[in-house]
Design a protein around this ligand. Structure first.
Ligand SMILES: *Cc1c(COP(=O)(O)O)cnc(C)c1O
Length: 462
């Protein structure tokens, strides 16, 4: 490698993908049949009318779309243009630090206005809601990554954004709340006295610090009881993963510019959207036999090891058991992960399509502890100059492992990972790590067992 080794592969503004990529036809072609979501009461496949009070028709259609390509509306492209195409970089300084023959590439989604990949779907969802005449979107947010993306997107399309933010984060992590308010959103600490669900919790526990489950209940209640208000989700659902494929479509062309084909594609997994966004355009090549040796590695926290330790089963998408049943790897909807700093990865389940790919052996999964993840994050920050969010630091950990394995094997290996967000709002986590205050969280299998005992009675076929 010389000083002149190219490190950055940029697309021109007009090369933003104009259609999203739907992996479903490739999965079916490879003999992987999707399983339908089920009605929580009847256990029959969900019909669109169940979702109509919450989502606009266009998004419900995308949820079950069988077309391989779905056009990105011009108005969505106009907003994407504010930060897309995003850069693809080669991490030459990290390579040198690791003394590895591997070549490490990363796609950087932290350049978006909210600092993560989430605006890719937030913008699309805000557009389709506005098009359907919706005046307001209600949603929940944990630490505020999804809430800040949706606040920005709603503002772009002139609709209101109402965010229920888990009380604990609202009090402890004010900066993303302020970011949401800067974009014009209304942010309530959840539980709040603005909904029946919130009032019920407060009546029995006035000091409640809230949970994602309670915040979802509040947002869904507002959407279900107001005709002018819809609900929006930032991960897990098919249409969210679909919107995120702009990441992988760009990355594929950028890897071509670099004259490379990845041997391994890596991402962190909470609900699965940023990783699917990067991986699915490449996965299509594997499924159709054009890249049978390409490997896919999903990285998750050891405190919430859905893919490595969960069960493939029908389960509720939310903690309080209100949503349709999704076929996925799950730790049980009642499983409460330890409060690790990678808040975006603390989800009990995973996107159904991603779960199927793991189940069928097309994707592997690894789980990491907090301290090894932050060690990798700092190594990356100190070589490449970007402080990553704690979530993609899991992907960095996996990428470093791959690079070290390549060194041991004396092998050239092309590694691609998704750097799905920067860590500028996560300084408390870095402070905790730097001062030795990060507990090594032990996963307790008995808690998973207890949560799995509460799975709804709906066996998966096969
Ligand atoms: C929300 C979030 C995640 C987790 O969600 P996925 O759907 O798995 O991508 C990961 N990283 C960042 C930076 C996030 O904001």
């Amino acid at each position: 490698m010389s000083e002149a080794t190219p490190m950055r592969f940029d697309l021109r503004p007009e090369e933003i993908p104009t259609a999203w990529f739907n992996l479903l036809p490739s999965m079916v072609g490879a003999g992987i049949q999707p399983l339908p979501p089920l009605h929580p009461g009847t256990k029959e496949p969900v019909t669109p009318d169940l979702l109509a009070p919450l989502f606009p028709e266009a998004l419900i259609a995308q949820e079950v779309a069988t077309d391989e390509w779905i056009d990105v509306p011009g108005e969505v492209l106009d907003v994407y243009r504010l930060w897309r195409p995003t850069p693809l970089m080669r991490a030459t300084r990290l390579e040198r630090d690791l003394d590895t023959p591997a070549r490490i590439y990363f796609k950087y989604e932290g350049v978006s206005p909210a600092g993560s990949h989430k605006p890719n779907t937030a913008v699309a969802q805000a557009f389709y809601n506005r098009q359907a005449g919706i005046r307001r979107i209600a949603t929940e947010t944990g630490a505020g990554q999804w809430g800040s993306a949706l606040s920005m997107a709603c503002r772009m399309f002139g609709i209101e954004c109402l965010v229920y933010m888990v009380r604990a984060s609202y009090d402890q992590k004010p900066y993303r709340r302020i970011l949401m308010e800067a974009f014009g959103a209304t942010v309530h600490a959840s539980p709040s006295d603005t909904t029946q669900a919130g009032k019920q919790v407060l009546a029995s526990d006035p000091g409640s610090t809230g949970s994602l489950g309670i915040a979802i209940s509040e947002a869904v209640e507002v959407a279900a009881t107001n005709d002018d208000t819809n609900y929006a989700l930032g991960s897990v659902l098919n249409h969210v993963l679909l919107h995120q494929t702009v990441i992988g479509l760009e990355a594929k062309r950028q890897m071509e510019l670099a004259g490379e084909r990845p041997d391994v594609v890596i991402g962190c997994v909470g609900g699965g959207s940023n990783y699917a966004g990067l991986a699915y355009p490449f996965m299509a090549d594997r499924l159709r036999g054009a890249a049978p040796d390409m490997r896919f590695v999903a990285a998750e926290p050891a405190a919430c090891p859905t893919l490595t330790k969960g069960r493939f089963a029908y389960d509720f998408g939310d903690a309080s058991g209100m949503t349709p049943l999704l076929p996925m790897y799950t730790l049980g909807h009642g499983f409460v992960p330890a409060p690790v700093h990678a808040g975006g990865l603390r989800y009990h389940g995973d996107a159904p399509s991603l779960s199927l790919l793991v189940r069928h052996g097309h994707m592997e999964a690894r789980a990491y502890n907090q301290n090894e993840v932050f060690e990798a994050a700092l190594r990356f920050a100190r070589t490449q100059g970007i402080v990553p969010a704690p979530e993609p630091a899991h992907a960095i950990r996996a990428a470093i492992e791959e690079a070290e394995a390549a060194r041991e094997a004396g092998q050239e290996r092309v590694i691609l990972f998704n750097l799905c967000g920067h860590g500028h709002f996560d300084m408390q986590a870095y402070d905790d790590y730097l001062n030795g205050r990060l507990p090594e969280v032990e996963f307790d299998p008995s808690e998973e067992e207890a949560a799995l005992a509460e799975l709804p009675d709906a066996p998966v076929p096969g």
